[in-house]
Design a protein around this ligand. Structure first.
Ligand SMILES: [Zn+2]
Length: 270
């Protein structure tokens, strides 16, 4: 599984998947905290309206990021993430900044409409970007450990199959920076919840240190994608962990709690 590639543009650093980049019909990026206009603990490319940042600055950050892909904040359709397995389908380009599915919220969003900038968020959790090069469908999927437990990645692939005729073997999948197994220390509740879904297989991805479990969510996700029919050579996964990685680039929920910004990843058909 190849790593993501670091890109520099003026004062901004962002990451891209080498395999997604090879397809001219799709553009995407996983953004860091650099290159935006927010200040203080939200410095600078913060996408989170709640938490204390100024709304106008956050909207400007959406615009700055969307412009990297050749679009504007008006083209953004975003998730409202609540650690669910709800998936939104976007069927038209409205040309206005919007939530994918109203106030109910979705953790995954998909479309086959050009010019819709699908946007999801992360600050330890995984954000997955999908592209089906046969049907031209894309998706953005948020998966923290609850999303992994609810198998939202597999469910999104199945829904892409129902809606667009997507076959898993035609999917390219990019997994953004997310918490590493060393930093993701948990109690029995997370271990039990994941065991309930993955059974004995989970022991390949978990180890015990003292009283705590350490869980390798990156490899659980990789294994889940393979089980869903995705080809190993079509998966790129970032080795970066926001929690123990470069603090000038990353916010981490585990390291900082709620006083922080949030990162975005975007994908759009052109
Ligand atoms: Zn780490």
């Amino acid at each position: 599984m190849p790593d993501l590639i670091k890109n520099e543009l003026d004062s901004m650093t962002y990451f891209t998947s080498p395999q997604l980049t090879a397809y001219p019909r799709v553009r995407h990026a996983f953004f860091t905290r650099t290159g935006g206009v927010s200040a203080g603990e939200f410095e600078s490319l913060n996408f989170r309206f709640t938490g204390g940042d100024e709304r106008e600055r956050v909207l400007r950050n959406y615009d700055i990021a969307a412009h990297v892909l050749g679009f504007s904040e008006q083209d953004v359709v975003r998730t409202l993430q609540q650690h669910t397995d709800r998936i939104g389908v976007v069927t038209e380009r409205r040309g206005q900044f919007s939530l994918a599915s109203g106030e109910e919220g979705v953790d995954a969003v998909m479309t086959n409409v050009r010019g819709v900038v699908l946007t999801g968020f992360y600050a330890d959790c995984q954000l997955l970007l999908f592209y089906d090069h046969k049907t031209g469908a894309i998706a953005a999927v948020h998966a923290g450990w609850r999303g992994v437990q609810k198998e939202i990645a597999r469910k999104t692939i199945e829904k892409m199959g129902e809606v667009y005729g997507t076959r898993a073997r035609d999917l390219t999948c990019a997994v953004g920076p997310s918490i590493c197994r060393s930093c993701f220390e948990t109690d029995d509740d997370v271990y039990d919840a994941l065991c309930g879904v993955y059974g004995e297989k989970i022991s390949d991805f978990i180890y015990r240190e003292g009283e705590k479990w350490h869980i390798d969510l990156k490899n659980i996700t990789y294994s889940s994608l393979i089980s869903a029919g995705v080809m190993p050579y079509n998966i790129d996964i970032s080795t970066i962990c926001p929690c123990c990685g470069d603090r000038s680039l990353w916010w981490s929920h585990r390291r900082q709690g709620e006083r922080r910004g949030v990162h975005a990843g975007m994908i759009v058909l052109v």
